[in-house]
Design a protein around this ligand. Structure first.
Ligand code: NI
Length: 407
């Protein structure tokens, strides 16, 4: 097989230049117009069959190999975050309040590099590679929008892979593991309605703030008392809004929060208990409530397919030493690649990209940065994964993945 690491090193300066250009011009979810245009032009120049406007701002490019064969989907996300950059980097964001604070600028550059390498080597592999440059991963609506627009049809992919740079893992560390990797994510909204009134006449009111506080407290007991210690769940209330005046008892409280789970039955139990707790607490005080789990913001858990993970592992071994490939305790962060992995077997890979002087800010932080030396490694891994899959026999060839201690 092509030595994709050597090939990726030859285009490393381009990867860095692309990444820095995207970093200077970050675009929010579903607003990735400039980014998409650069990607589409690049794919077109490589001779790919390009479709734009997939899921509003997504770009799809298909590169055919040397003959008929399977189709592999490689997905790269393009969006930035509503964060005000404070890195002081010479190529910092030129748009106040918008920043590539998760490394998706790097992902887009990596995808362009992978497309370039695979188009150069298309005589060496069969089938086709379908590139998806996805919008709106951060808002968790992007993957679904591209699926709605048919990204998983014509041609239908037989496998799907994606990679995330992670600046809190050492440079070059690869996470390739079967099974659960990232949690399901939910956004919930609770509105509690009491009866507002004069702060000096509480007996004529139903104090929504007090009911809300009791409800918030009770909700936090669910994970510790109703979910088995062997299962994993998070319930966090991130927003609690009520009242406008110091001497007025508030009529309404609005709480918003997130749920993280790995197992559908745990999620159902959590949501069911929330409903019961809210009904009980509000009934006790004569208040009422509305509870909504926003269905179109749900992202399922990332669960890697065993066979595809074995293929990814074999490909990764062509790029990095065995000691660099590891497994982790699944993380509670969510990622909408799961929408694709729910429909197509695949594997989500993480690659360490810790800056030389250490990570000054974690993901989504104003001081977030990545180590650009990770870019050619990532491009080499993704190109190798694609070719490894396309060349693997349909008989289900698989390499054993050595089990590692989880960290
Ligand atoms: Ni991200």
């Amino acid at each position: 097989m092509t030595d994709f690491l050597a090939l990726a090193q030859t285009i490393a300066p381009k990867l860095v230049a692309w990444r820095r250009d995207f970093h200077q011009h970050p675009e929010l979810s579903f607003q990735e117009f400039r980014t998409a245009e650069i990607v589409a032009r690049h794919l077109d120049a490589l001779g790919a069959e390009v479709t734009t406007g997939v899921g509003k701002t997504g770009v799809v490019g298909v590169i055919e190999g040397n003959g008929p064969g399977p189709v592999v989907l490689l997905r790269f996300d393009m969006d930035a975050l509503p964060v005000n950059e404070a890195t002081g980097l010479p190529f910092a964001s030129q748009h106040p309040g918008i920043m590539h604070a998760c490394g998706h600028d790097g992902h887009t550059a990596i995808g362009m590099g992978v497309a370039e390498m695979l188009s150069q080597t298309r005589d060496a592999w069969p089938g086709a590679v379908k590139f998806l440059f996805q919008p709106a991963e951060e808002e968790a609506g992007g993957a679904r929008a591209t699926i709605r627009d048919g990204v998983l049809e014509n041609p239908r992919p037989d496998a799907a892979f994606a990679l995330h740079l992670w600046n809190q893992f050492p440079l070059g560390m690869l996470v390739v593991q079967p099974g659960p990797l990232m949690a399901a994510s939910d956004h919930f909204v609770i509105v509690i309605t009491g009866r507002g009134g004069h702060g000096a006449v509480p007996e004529e009111t139903i104090d929504a703030v007090l009911v809300g506080i009791e409800a918030a407290n009770a909700l936090h007991h669910i994970v510790s008392r109703n979910i088995s210690p062997h299962d994993t769940a998070v319930l966090s209330i991130g927003s609690f809004r009520a009242g406008k005046a110091f001497n007025v008892i508030a009529e309404e409280v609005i709480m918003e929060g997130t749920l993280r789970t790995f197992d559908l039955s745990v999620r159902e139990r959590l949501i069911g208990r929330m409903e019961e707790v809210l009904a009980g607490v509000t009934a006790m005080h004569g208040a009422s409530y509305r509870f909504e789990v926003i269905e179109n913001e749900y992202a399922p858990p990332v669960i890697n397919d065993e066979r595809m993970t074995a293929i990814a592992y074999k490909a990764a071994r062509r790029v990095v030493a065995e000691e660099q490939i590891t497994q982790i305790t699944p993380i509670m962060v969510a990622e909408d690649m799961s929408e694709i992995l729910n429909r197509v077997p695949g594997c989500y890979i993480m690659l360490g990209a810790e800056p030389e002087d250490g990570a000054r800010g974690p993901h989504h932080n104003p001081r977030f940065d990545i180590n650009e030396d990770a870019l050619p490694i990532a491009a080499a891994v993704m190109a190798s994964v694609a070719v490894e899959f396309l060349n693997s026999s349909t008989a289900g060839e698989s390499a054993a993945i050595p089990m590692k201690e989880t960290s």
